[in-house]
Write a protein that binds this ligand. Structure first.
Ligand code: GDP
Ligand code: MG
Length: 668
């Protein structure tokens, strides 16, 4: 018997003595795995499992459709969505009231570390209003533009939204974007002004903004402090009174939408479903419309926010379902589930997300390819806005080209791969999806169409076979105090932006719209905008089609060897300045080595910029004379650790993060 099996057996014997405790072998094994890295967390998990299995039995049949409200919380980043969710969970008894409840719905390590929500999270609450009990399903959503796909999917499972606005900061770019998502989906919008406890809070001014920009009467606004809990009860009342119940019929055949999904190492696919009609119970035989495969329901229940198993789920309700799906291709987000013997028409599902940046991802060592593939597949099940296609490169071997909604999204994905799947990757410089209109009849036949998309700079077609290149455009929305207007306009101009319009949302704040080439804003525009406006400006963007552009491919060479990770497509007018800047930044970020390194930028065979990294003068280790063995060991260890984070190109070691960092410009 292995150590883990012995442990699990002993625990199971102990736990069986607790009445009603139905902790399973797989749950314990999961805890065991976690125990290896985190003992306090293991204890917490065990106690959680015990209470979970002792949880009261909830009879969901008493919540008929008119007693259900489904809503999500949307807002600009940091306006207090997750904090309000904490209070709502506490007030309805879903979690115990303690000082420690800080953004409890942000469960991922990356969310905790960065202090942002990247995944929408569901929680079911029980609330009594005027003597009637209601089932409220809340979805907390991310605020950053890179995760707007989470918001749009959440909205499809809801009838109303809480639109939170910070009483100090007022309406920001994502407030506007999220408002329109909810407005277009015809949801009830409840405006909530948060942080009224702050010294500089000006809720009246924010009410005027809401009235002016969204045309919502100021009387509809609820002023709260999510931190202190002030007026949060009013929010719950408004949810019941203003948001309509879902339209769902219990007597119709079962039909459910999979609106989120994640992969559990031991239980397979856990699908989050919204039941649109009928009912489903444990043991039912269900089908997935997407693959046409049949499954038996093993477990289902509510998310409160922890899983809380129930016997059944009914029309209008939201919960989770496990049906022995072992492959990530099963229970895809947007799929429809129905009873095997009662086929229904599939629900429309979701519009696929449109990737804004693409980057190559490669295993550090080719032997890690299969493991990395399954890690990426599992993570993309949980984050369906990522697109994935096979790719290969001479220098890096076999890998993938992944599409993301933005750079932060890409960084978060990478971090999740490392943290949740212990997988390390080489990422190439991100690029936006360009297009080329082919002129060569042979190529058109090969590709099956005149227009092709180019997401890998290495495959950028040569000018001689192309009649026109096209670049993706976006409409950017910037909100900022008017004192920064001048600075912002010059930044936009610098990024080839064309002003579309500009309006005052109140006496001191302007909203500007600009047409930008996506390439100009995707890497670092937001950071710069933030710093030049002391953090007061906010930014969001949406697609605006394609425009012809004069594009060329630029290679970066280290000691004469092209670095595939850094090949990029640039606008001709920018080629020299970009090439020069990248060479300079590479010079600063590649550590000195035992020999001189030439850093060059080239267009075709023509070198357009060059920098030189000088060689080390002395070997640091040489200084450690005989006796100082420990210091020598330490230095050697440090060097070896450093090397792991390096990628070797020819004989030059390059830190892995350089490939993205060198694209970040520092213009004023
Ligand atoms: P989210 O990004 O919209 O989910 O925002 P969070 O809930 O993570 O909150 C962002 C920050 O605002 C955190 O530091 C919270 O503690 C703080 N915050 C949230 N609500 C309030 C409030 O009512 N008053 C004050 N003073 N701070 C708040
Ligand atoms: Mg949040």
């Amino acid at each position: 018997m292995s150590a883990s099996e012995r442990f699990v057996t002993v625990c199971l014997q102990g736990l069986r003595k607790i009445p009603n405790c139905s902790v399973s072998y797989s749950m314990l094994r999961r805890c065991w795995m976690e125990r290896l890295t985190d003992l306090p967390n293991f204890k917490y998990q065990i106690s959680n499992l015990c209470t979970q299995s002792n949880k009261e039995v909830i009879d969901l049949s008493k919540f008929s459709v008119d007693r259900i409200r489904n809503f999500c919380i949307i807002a600009h980043i940091d306006h207090g969505k997750s904090t309000l969710a904490d209070r709502l969970l506490e007030m309805t008894g879903a979690i115990a009231k303690t000082e420690k409840n800080k953004q409890v719905l942000d469960k991922l390590q990356v969310e905790r570390e960065r202090g942002i929500t990247v995944k929408a999270q569901t929680a079911s609450l029980f609330y009594t209003h005027q003597g009637q009990s209601y089932l409220l399903n809340l979805i907390d959503t991310p605020g950053h533009v890179d995760f707007s796909y989470e918001v749009s999917r959440s909205i499809s499972a809801c009838q109303g939204v809480l639109l939170i606005v910070d009483a100090n900061q007022g309406i920001q770019a994502q407030t506007v974007a999220n408002f329109y998502l909810a407005f277009e989906a015809q949801l009830t919008i409840i405006p909530v002004i948060n942080k009224i406890d702050l010294k500089n809070a000006d809720p009246e001014r924010v009410e005027s903004q809401i009235e002016k920009v969204f045309d919502i009467p100021r009387e509809d606004c609820i002023q709260i402090s999510a931190k202190l809990g002030t007026n949060v009860e009013k929010v719950l009342q408004a949810v019941v009174e203003r948001i309509p119940p879902p339209v769902a019929i219990v007597h119709d055949p079962f039909k459910a939408l999979v609106f989120d999904s994640n992969f559990d190492h031991y239980r397979g696919v856990v699908a989050n479903i919204a039941v649109f009609a009928g009912r489903v119970k444990k043991g039912d035989k269900i089908m997935s419309a997407h693959l046409g495969k049949a499954y038996e329901v093993n477990e289902l229940g509510l998310l409160r926010p922890e899983e809380h198993p129930t016997q059944k789920l009914f029309a209008g309700q939201v919960g989770y379902l496990i049906a022995g799906m072992k492959d990530v291709k099963e229970a895809q987000i947007g799929d429809t589930l129905y009873h095997q013997d009662q086929p229904v028409e599939a629900l429309p599902g979701f519009k696929p997300a449109r990737a804004m940046v693409f980057a190559g991802m490669y295993p550090v060592d080719q032997s890690e390819y299969p493991g990395l593939r399954s890690a990426i597949e599992r993570l993309t099940l949980n984050d369906s806005s990522v697109t994935m296609q096979k790719d290969s490169s001479l220098a890096l071997g076999a890998g993938w080209r992944l599409g993301f909604l933005g750079l932060l999204h890409m960084e978060v994905f990478n971090q999740r791969l490392e943290q949740e799947y212990n997988a390390s990757v080489i990422v190439t410089a991100p690029t936006v999806p360009y297009k080329a209109v082919l002129s060569s009849a042979k190529l058109i036949k090969e590709h099956g169409s005149e227009e092709i998309e180019v997401v890998n700079p290495a495959q950028f077609p040569d000018r001689s076979v192309v009649s026109e290149y096209l670049e993706p455009m976006v409409i950017g929305t910037i909100l900022a105090p008017d004192t920064y207007t001048g600075k912002i306009m010059s930044l936009c101009l610098n990024r080839r932006g064309i002003q579309d319009n500009m309006v005052y949302v109140d006496e001191h704040r302007v909203m500007m719209k600009y047409l930008f080439p996506l390439n100009e804003i995707v890497v670092d525009f937001y950071d710069l905008l933030k710093s030049l406006s002391s953090g007061y400006a906010s930014f969001d963007y949406e697609n605006a089609g394609y425009q012809p552009a004069d594009l060329i491919k630029m290679d970066i060479l280290l000691n004469g060897r092209p670095v595939e990770e850094l090949t990029l497509i640039v606008h001709r007018a920018r080629a020299y300045s970009t090439g020069k800047a990248i060479c300079e930044r590479l010079k600063d970020s590649i550590p000195r080595q035992m020999f001189e390194i030439a850093v060059q930028a080239a267009i075709g065979s023509k070198i357009i910029a060059r920098e030189t990294i000088k060689a080390y003068r002395k070997n640091v280790l040489a200084k450690c004379y005989g006796g100082d063995i420990t210091r020598k060991m330490k230095l050697l260890k440090k060097q070896a650790e450093g090397k792991k984070k390096m990628r070797r190109i020819g004989n030059v070691d390059v830190p892995k993060d350089v490939f993205i960092n060198v694209l970040k410009r520092k213009d004023k």
